[in-house]
Design a binder for this molecule. Structure first.
Ligand code: ATP
Length: 200
């Protein structure tokens, strides 16, 4: 079984793409965002490590991780973000491996919104699928979807890996600037390519 990282910035269409792969071809997606949440649930060793680095101030009154508080801390502090990633990423990798073992299709997607060359998840993937989309369209779709303020969306885009970085890492690219029917068509072609490649 082959593993393909599915990546791209905010609002580029990762969820939409993974839904199409599942619906049309039965190809599942492992969501690393979900697993990252699982890694720091109440009482987990992940959360204990996070508390030892960031203090118990990052807990809410139910002793769960206050994700927003932590997000605010790491958003502007690269070193703290790296410290957090050092704790969370190995746990996520272990959880991804557990999920992979249960999958029976030819290949699966692993959604990784923030993918960098040095990300530990890279050791688990055979290919990188980048969902590219013009910034103006991503902004428009994200504002419409999340009702977020424009400056905040722009800030988030700036904090994420750039299109250039992601293009460099990509083995496959889907352009998601047009309609859903074009997206469906392009995903169909890519699926055929993956099947051809992986059947060799
Ligand atoms: P995030 O990383 O922010 O969670 P994402 O990459 O998963 O975003 P989606 O949620 O799939 O992105 O897409 C963002 C929004 O754009 C959604 O509301 C989705 O319905 C819409 N969208 C995606 N692709 C298209 C398309 N080809 N045409 C029109 N709307 C689209």
């Amino acid at each position: 079984m082959k593993n393909i990282a599915l990546t791209g910035g905010i609002g580029c269409g990762k969820t939409t793409v993974s839904n199409i792969f599942l619906k049309n071809f039965g190809i599942p997606t492992i969501d690393t965002d979900l697993l990252a949440r699982q890694a720091v649930t109440k009482g987990s060793s992940g959360l204990t490590q996070v508390i030892s680095q960031f203090g118990s101030d990052i807990l809410n009154d139910k002793d769960e991780l206050d994700r927003l508080k932590l997000k605010k801390i790491i958003f502007f502090d690269k070193d703290k973000r790296k410290t957090l990633e050092k704790i969370i990423h190995p746990i996520v990798n272990r959880l991804v491996k557990e999920k992979i073992r249960m999958i029976t299709s030819h290949y699966c997607l692993i959604a990784v919104p923030i993918l960098r060359k040095e990300s530990t998840i890279m050791s688990l993937v055979d290919r990188v699928l980048f969902i590219d989309c013009k910034e103006s369209i991503r902004i428009e779709r994200t504002v419409l979807r999340d009702k977020l303020e424009l400056p905040l969306v722009k800030k988030i885009i700036k904090s994420q890996p750039s299109r250039i970085e992601l293009k460099e890492m990509a083995t496959d690219i889907i352009q998601n600037n047009d309609s859903f029917s074009e997206l469906n068509r392009d995903i169909g072609k890519l699926h055929e390519k993956f099947i051809r490649l992986f059947e060799r």
